[in-house]
Design a protein around this ligand. Structure first.
Ligand code: 5GP
Ligand code: ZN
Length: 143
């Protein structure tokens, strides 16, 4: 949803995830409500790798309110359950990076949902996503 506040926020924070939340930058959306947005990572670790963000900007875990974190984690659970039920998926990792030292590259708090398959021996490395495959997958996973 495009709001005056949100657009100002995206510009002020120079934040790509605020711009996605505002629809200024397109995304392969899976789930959205008033507070939270979930969309496919464009350079996924595995098929169905999804990012869950609060729409309101904060940088990391420590500057996000407890109330917002509770809301976001509840959506992480909901989206993860849906992914697990929809994809071939035997388990999943939840990853949440804080600070450059920890591998955070986008300074808008986000939770990764990383689907896993038995014996996949997954290396946690971004692979360039195929846009057509991501589009088809987001159509399949949209809640
Ligand atoms: P971090 O390393 O900060 O925890 O994770 C950032 C993630 O955001 C990376 O996995 C990266 O592939 C993803 N990412 C970066 N830019 C974009 C974008 O414009 N759209 C989407 N969907 N994902 C992005
Ligand atoms: Zn932001």
């Amino acid at each position: 949803m495009r709001t005056r506040y949100g657009i100002i926020q995206a510009m002020k924070n120079n934040c790509i995830f605020c711009a996605i939340a505002e629809g200024e930058i397109p995304s392969f959306k899976i789930y959205e409500d008033d507070l939270v947005l979930a969309y496919l990572d464009i350079n996924p670790f595995s098929e169905g790798h999804t990012l869950v963000i609060p729409k309101v900007h904060s940088e990391g875990l420590l500057d996000t309110s407890d109330e917002m974190l509770a809301a976001v984690v509840a959506r992480v659970k909901k989206v993860a359950a849906h992914i697990k039920a929809t994809l071939p998926c035997d388990g999943f990792n939840i990853l949440q990076n804080n600070g450059e030292a920890a591998g955070q590259t986008v300074r808008h708090v986000h939770f990764h949902i990383i689907p896993r398959r038995n014996g996949d021996a997954l290396a946690f490395e971004n692979r360039k996503g195929d846009m057509d495959a991501l589009k088809a997958l987001s159509d399949r996973l949209r809640m």
